[in-house]
Structure formats: structure tokens, C-alpha cells
Write a protein that binds this ligand. Structure first.
Ligand SMILES: Cc1cc2nc3c(=O)[nH]c(=O)nc-3n(C[C@H](O)[C@H](O)[C@H](O)COP(=O)(O)OP(=O)(O)OC[C@H]3O[C@@H](n4cnc5c(N)ncnc54)[C@H](O)[C@@H]3O)c2cc1C
Ligand SMILES: NC(=O)C1=CN([C@@H]2O[C@H](COP(=O)(O)OP(=O)(O)OC[C@H]3O[C@@H](n4cnc5c(N)ncnc54)[C@H](O)[C@@H]3O)[C@@H](O)[C@H]2O)C=CC1
Length: 447
């Protein structure tokens, strides 16, 4: 028997554990996690807090007993505080009492995930300031929103969590102020032509937007409860609740002094999820991931990547050499009925990474004009100038056109050129698209 100790029993750790337990009977699997719960789908927090779904019960997809039934050992509410890499030993501390204990390993998998970044400003520890990462954070924010005295909610960061929780707060009848240092929302994922559609959508739903504004201080009342947000420009806003959502940083405490790190502190892994220590693997939000758009390593914190990289780690630890195929960072958001999806690089992110790109846009009704239920679709395809390979795509519509982004994801992965896309066989049916469909039309428009 070969023993693998997995630290972190959430999406990446779970995927790796299941891969090992389901495919490799010679493997002994031990999971350790400091939290009380596992497999919480954070994507459901805004839906539950915003009362679009009834409650949180469906947001967990596995439990401790499922692993025990497969023969694994799982320690919840147990923190790993220290690892002896030379001796291959993990030192564990039960958080609910009992003695510390040590686990020996043949392979170690770090799936310790990420932590929300806290704005480094005065007043950041006042009561009434929350993050939205764990299930417990969702419970805290939900409780806050149920208080009648909480009328005005400030959301700091208009990325994916910020925009989703801003919608949720509005649905709970709050006045909502959204701040972002960038000049628009969702700037990490979309070009301004697309993010401006979300901006309009938020304004139409009466959200107060403060983009291009950096929060410089939180002020509190006599009881230490936040009651004001102050910007760098000296503007002051009265608030009853603050939700910080300015991004994640990898949880690298256990390996930062031993393993090679990426620029943001993530564990550097190869295409087999192996770190710079051959006995140590890493996957999910604590590790790098290979980007096919960049042809290099990057950092993208997504559950989809965590699951896939966990599976790859599981197979490699189990003894099947499996190379990760890389990712495109495909993502999507749906707010007050407006759907935005993207994959790979936007024009703006390509410039940031030094990739010289061109793009082609197209906008039309999704279906022929004779179809009654019909919405506009806007599409942008981004391609590298020199090679003409597709490196990104963005789509926006009130219709659900989200599945189209998966094709672009594959195109980026397989280095398909824009010219190949322009004559791709795309079916036509009035229920779904036009004879001159938006993908073909956009691709044909490429210079
Ligand atoms: C509100 C919200 C909405 C999201 N929506 C989406 C979405 O729609 N789509 C999407 O793809 N992604 C989404 N994400 C991102 C996604 O949740 C993360 O990318 C994903 O959780 C990463 O999984 P992970 O297993 O790598 O790490 P994590 O989920 O961070 O889990 C790490 C685990 O390690 C444990 N741990 C860490 N250190 C220790 C230690 N020292 N000892 C013991 N245990 C430890 C933690 O307790 C935790 O359980 C969302 C995130 C949030 C917060
Ligand atoms: N639909 C999805 O796929 C979802 C994915 N996630 C993932 O979870 C991770 C964390 O999400 P977010 O925290 O929303 O990160 P994010 O990266 O999506 O957005 C962070 C936002 O904060 C802004 N910002 C950064 N520093 C700031 C500062 N000091 N003041 C004001 N604004 C500042 C940035 O401009 C950016 O718009 C991301 O990787 C995200 O992709 C989260 C929710 C939903």
C-alpha cells in the first residue's frame, strides 16, 4: 500500500481522493481539512443569499461518510500546521480538542485552496465587514441581510463575487453601492464593450456604481461596527454592511518555504501536478495551471480548474502518467437575466500578457427576425496576429448562448486558427440561430 495524504478536502482534494479511491485499490488515502464541512459550492452563495434558490442544502455534493465508505480516512476540523518534508511527515492539530498527531506519507497532495484578499486599509477589522468564501461566510452575510437595520450594503470589488453578491443584496431589497478600483466591472474577464453591458444592466437595476474608485478607509461607530466607506478621493459613503471581494490569493503557508512559487505565491506545478519536491503534488486554487492561450503557466482560481487538476493529480499519484491538457479559464456570469461568458484572453488581458492580437466582433439577433422570442447576441473572437490562432472569445446575450463558449475553449486548446472557424460546419435551426449565424459571421469578418 502506498499512502497519500491530501491536505484540503474541498473541490481539488475531493476530485483527487475520488480518483485514487475509485481507480487504484492499492492506494491508502487520508484527507485532512480544518473546516467543518466539505464540497460547498460557493457559486450557490449569491443564489441562496439572494433567495433565487430556497436554501443552501443542495450546495454540498459529498460528505465525510462517502469517503469513509470507500475506505479512506478523513479528519475534519483538523488543521495541518507544519510539514516535515525531509521526513515525509504531516503534523496535525485537531481543532475541537484531543492530541496533536502525525501522519506519514509516500505522496503528499496540497489542495489548500485560496483565501480572499483583505484590502490593506485602516478599519478593515471592524464588525460588519465580511468576505464571501466559505459556507460560514455565506451564513454570516445572510444573517446580516436579515437585519432590518442593514439597509445599505457596500460591495468592494466588482469581479465575479462582487457582481453576484451585489445582485443578491438588491434582490433582498437593500441599497447597494459597488466599488472597484478598475474603471468598470468584470475587467479581469471582458473587454469594455462587454463589461459596459453589465454596467448598464446593474444601473438599470438601481445599483449605485463607483468604478475607478479605491476605498482607502473603513470607519466605524462607537460599538466598532462599520458605518462609512471612504475613498482615496476623500468621498465618504454611509453603509451598514461591507462585503470585500477583491480577489483570492493562494494558501501557500505550508509550502512557501520549501516549494518553488509562482509570482503570486501559488505552488509551481508541472503538467502532472508535481511541485518542485517530487513527492509533493498540488492542485486547485493553491497551484499554478497551464494556459493554452498563453502557452505557459498562470493562476486562475476556479472550481472547474480545481476539479480537473485534482483528477490529474489523482491519476499521477495512482501511477498513470497523465499530462494536464491545460485550460482556457472559461467562465460565465448571469445577472438579472444578462448572460456573459468568456474564455481565453480578452484584448485587454492579451495586451497585459504581451500577446499581439486582433479581434473580430459581430452583433445581431440570435434567431431569424420572424421568431418571436429573440434576443441580441454580441460576440468577440480574439486571435493572435502572427499565427492567427484563436486565443479568446466573449459572448453576451439575454438568451442562453453559453454552450458556444465551450467550442472556443476547444479551439484555443487545439490552436485552431480564425480562418478554420470561418467555414466550420455550424448547423442552422430558427430556434437557435440564423442561417448566417453569429459565430460564422464574426469569424468571416476577421481581417
Ligand atoms: C462565492 C464564490 C463563488 C464562486 N463561484 C464559482 C463558479 O461559479 N465557478 C467556478 O468555477 N468557481 C467559482 N468559485 C471559485 C471556487 O470556489 C474555487 O476556485 C474553488 O473552491 C477552489 O477549490 P480548491 O479545492 O482548490 O480550494 P478551496 O475551495 O479553497 O479549498 C481548500 C480547502 O483546504 C482547506 N485547508 C487549507 N489550509 C489547510 C490547512 N492548513 N489544514 C487543513 N485544511 C486546510 C480549507 O479548509 C478548504 O476546505 C467561487 C468562489 C466563491 C467564494
Ligand atoms: N461565475 C464564476 O465563475 C465565479 C468565479 N469566481 C472566482 O473566484 C475568484 C475570486 O473572485 P473575486 O474575489 O470576485 O475576484 P475577481 O478577480 O473576479 O475580481 C476582483 C475585483 O476586485 C477589483 N479590485 C482589486 N483590488 C481592489 C481594491 N483594492 N479595491 C477595489 N477593487 C479592487 C478588481 O479590479 C476586480 O474587478 C476568482 O478567481 C473568480 O473567477 C467567483 C465567483 C463566481
Amino acid at each position: 500500500m502506498s499512502r497519500t495524504v491530501i491536505i484540503g478536502a474541498n473541490h481539488a482534494g475531493i476530485a483527487a481522493a475520488n480518483t485514487l479511491l475509485d481507480n487504484y485499490p492499492d492506494q491508502e488515502v487520508v484527507l485532512v481539512d480544518r473546516n467543518t464541512n466539505l464540497s460547498y459550492l460557493g457559486c450557490g452563495t449569491a443564489l441562496w443569499v439572494g433567495r433565487q434558490i430556497e436554501d443552501y442544502h443542495g450546495l454540498f455534493y459529498t460528505k465525510k461518510e462517502d469517503f469513509e465508505a470507500k475506505g479512506a480516512k478523513i479528519y475534519m476540523e483538523t488543521s495541518v500546521n507544519d510539514i516535515d518534508y525531509a521526513g515525509k511527515k504531516v503534523h496535525c492539530h485537531p481543532l475541537t480538542g484531543g492530541d496533536d498527531f502525525t501522519l506519514e506519507y509516500d505522496h503528499l497532495l496540497l489542495t489548500t485552496g485560496s483565501t480572499p484578499i483583505s484590502p490593506n486599509v485602516p478599519g478593515r477589522d471592524l464588525d460588519g465587514i465580511h468576505f464571501l468564501k466559505l459556507f460560514q461566510d455565506g451564513q454570516d452575510v445572510d444573517k446580516e441581510m436579515s437585519k432590518p437595520e442593514v439597509q445599505t450594503v457596500a460591495v468592494i470589488g466588482a469581479g465575479y463575487i462582487g457582481v453576484e453578491v451585489a445582485e443578491a443584496a438588491k434582490r433582498r431589497g437593500k441599497k447597494v453601492l459597488v466599488f472597484d478600483a478598475a474603471p468598470t466591472c468584470l475587467a479581469n474577464y471582458y473587454d469594455p464593450e462587454f463589461s459596459s453591458m453589465m454596467e448598464e444592466n446593474l444601473k438599470e437595476h438601481d445599483l449605485e456604481l463607483h468604478f475607478g474608485k479605491l476605498v482607502s478607509e473603513y470607519k466605524g461607530d462607537a460599538n466598532g461596527r462599520v458605518n462609512q466607506v471612504v475613498t482615496k478621493e476623500g468621498e465618504t459613503y454611509d453603509v451598514d454592511l461591507v462585503i470585500n471581494a477583491i480577489g483570492f490569493r493562494p494558501n501557500n503557508d505550508l509550502g512557501k518555504d520549501h516549494l518553488d512559487l509562482f509570482a503570486n505565491g501559488a505552488y509551481k506545478v508541472d503538467r502532472h501536478q508535481v511541485t518542485s519536491d517530487p513527492a509533493v503534488y498540488a492542485a486547485g486554487d493553491c497551484a499554478t495551471i497551464y494556459s493554452n492561450a498563453l502557452d505557459g503557466d498562470t493562476y486562475i482560481a476556479l472550481a472547474s480548474n480545481a476539479v480537473r487538476s485534482g483528477i490529474v493529480a489523482g491519476h499521477n499519484i495512482g501511477g498513470t502518467a497523465l499530462e494536464a491538457i491545460g485550460v482556457q479559464g472559461s467562465n460565465g456570469i448571469s445577472i438579472f437575466g444578462l448572460n456573459l461568458v468568456s474564455t481565453g484572453l480578452s484584448v485587454e488581458s492579451a495586451a497585459k500578457f504581451g500577446v499581439d492580437v486582433a479581434y473580430t466582433d459581430f452583433e445581431d439577433l440570435q434567431k431569424p427576425a420572424f421568431m418571436k422570442v429573440n434576443d441580441k447576441v454580441k460576440i468577440r473572437i480574439v486571435y493572435e496576429k502572427s499565427s492567427r490562432r484563436v486565443v479568446g472569445a466573449q459572448l453576451a446575450s439575454k438568451a442562453d448562448v453559453s454552450m458556444a463558449i465551450h467550442m472556443f475553449s476547444l479551439a484555443i486548446q487545439e490552436h485552431v486558427t480564425i480562418d478554420k472557424l470561418s467555414l466550420l460546419d455550424i448547423f442552422f435551426l430558427p430556434h437557435f440561430n440564423q442561417p448566417y449565424n453569429y459565430i460564422t459571421m464574426a469569424a468571416l469578418g476577421a481581417k
